[in-house]
Design a protein around this ligand. Structure first.
Ligand code: HEC
Ligand code: HEC
Length: 303
């Protein structure tokens, strides 16, 4: 009788966990996603833009250079990251790789109306800096000077790196952590402390701008599914309503680069793990063959 009672209790709690807790946990871990709202980084809600003239865009870019650098064309950022964050809340990214990583239509729309295009309430980037044609021209210019191929990390730096740190790769929102040396006698590393202070100052401004400090993305590929990340970046508002993370307008190719980088950092042993697979299968094939030969040898002459 006692055993039956114990059994009943065990069954009761198993069922409560199964129907009461598991579906809830599932809905939290794997949020429901409305497929129709996503179209593989096509940004169909944005208006198509006129064909841009890169030469005119180059001239018009002068207005942008008061905030943005364009290193590949010899234009330096007018301010360091910390001062820029004090002025605008976040460091305006260098735009050398913009045309390679972002969608061209998105760039033109973003110049006309940053908040509306990025789906956020406020932006450090002012709107209405150009006419419709002007915006198309600048977008075409950025596209024309973009390198054909950017590295996964470069794509990340440009599209995400001003807001997200990646500790595993020593990436901070103001750049790569420099290699420094501590004083031999005292162990004090002033250069390191100085850099850390700047990162801290930047992060305070950034958190003020966004309402919170964006999470470190070192192990995000393990914490969230591939599908979730892709959709979140394509349209953060559809996944986390009211979030301060802007829609960055990344292209499909740009996103693939970013994901590759996050995977390399967060799951570095994946290639190794996958490479072991064929060897294991090979081992089983050979082992089965040898076992078969052995079996043959054992039964030889006995049947
Ligand atoms: C007053 C400073 C300022 C000026 C002028 C300015 N920007 Fe920006 N821009 C910003 C800031 C700040 C951001 C980052 C906003 C954020 O991440 O919330 C930004 C972001 C961007 C981005 C990245 C958008 C994304 O989705 O990642 C592009 C592209 C851009 N600006 C293009 C331009 C162009 C082109 C011009 C000239 C027409 C221009 N900006 C003028 C401050 C400025
Ligand atoms: C202008 C700053 C900004 C930029 C640029 C930005 N993010 Fe974010 N991101 C945020 C903020 C703020 C949050 C916190 C969102 C929240 O909790 O509402 C966030 C959160 C996230 C999250 C966590 C989502 C979750 O469910 O926990 C991921 C993943 C992410 N960002 C990826 C990216 C990637 C990838 C890029 C570049 C393609 C990027 N972000 C660019 C500000 C930014």
């Amino acid at each position: 009788m006692k055993e039956l009672k114990v059994l009943a209790v065990v069954i009761f709690f198993t069922l409560v966990t199964y129907w009461g807790v598991e579906p809830y946990a599932h809905s939290v871990m794997h949020k429901h996603i409305e497929e129709a709202k996503f179209n593989n980084f096509q940004y169909k809600d944005l208006k198509p833009v006129a064909k841009g003239n890169p030469a005119n865009g180059k001239t018009a870019f002068a207005a942008c250079a008061s905030c943005h650098g364009l290193k590949s064309q010899g234009i330096k950022a007018p301010m360091d990251a910390v001062s820029a964050a004090s002025a605008y809340g976040v460091n305006p990214p260098d735009l050398s790789n913009a045309g390679a990583v972002l969608d061209e239509k998105f760039i033109a729309n973003f110049i006309l109306s940053p908040t509306h295009t990025a789906l956020v309430k406020k932006s450090g980037m002012p709107g209405g800096m150009a006419s419709k044609q002007g915006a198309a021209d600048i977008a075409a210019y950025l596209k024309s000077i973009a390198p054909k191929e950017v590295k996964p990390k470069e794509a990340f730096e440009f599209a995400c790196g001003r807001c997200h740190a990646v500790h595993y790769d020593k990436w901070t929102q103001i750049g790569q952590t420099p290699k420094t040396k501590s004083d031999i006698k005292t162990g004090v590393d002033l250069a390191k402390l100085d850099f850390e202070k700047k990162v801290g100052q930047y992060q305070l401004k950034l958190a003020g701008y966004l309402g919170k400090l964006p999470p470190d993305l070192s192990i995000i590929v393990r914490a969230r599914s591939e599908e979730y990340l892709k959709k979140f970046v394509e349209n953060p508002q559809h996944i986390l309503k009211g979030t301060a993370m802007p829609r960055v307008g990344i292209s499909k190719e740009g996103y693939e680069k970013v994901y590759k980088y996050l995977e390399e950092v967060g799951d570095p042993s994946k290639p190794k793990r996958e490479a072991v697979g064929p060897w294991v299968i090979g081992f089983f094939v050979i082992f089965t063959f040898l076992a078969f030969l052995w079996y043959k040898a054992q039964w030889k002459g006995l049947k």
